[in-house]
Design a protein. Sequence first.
Length: 84
Amino acid sequence: MARKYAPNAYVGFPPSSWGGDTNAQVVAFMNAVGAQGADFIVEQTLDRDAGCIEVTPQPSYCARTGTGWYWDESNQHIPTSKTI
């Protein structure tokens, strides 16, 4: 539809985890809905800021696993050795 009504517009798709639990399942799902015809693929970012992750007690919707959520002081390396 985008190619028909807006032929000069770029069309993009965000990967969707609705397609499965593995990368292969998500890729197969995205191909099934036509994402291979897109001009670009966009990865969505987390909709929470650092304050949500740092608050104690942490709300369930802010839960994360692992360490190293911040760039180092020179903004050159990620992840850092800092943990929350």
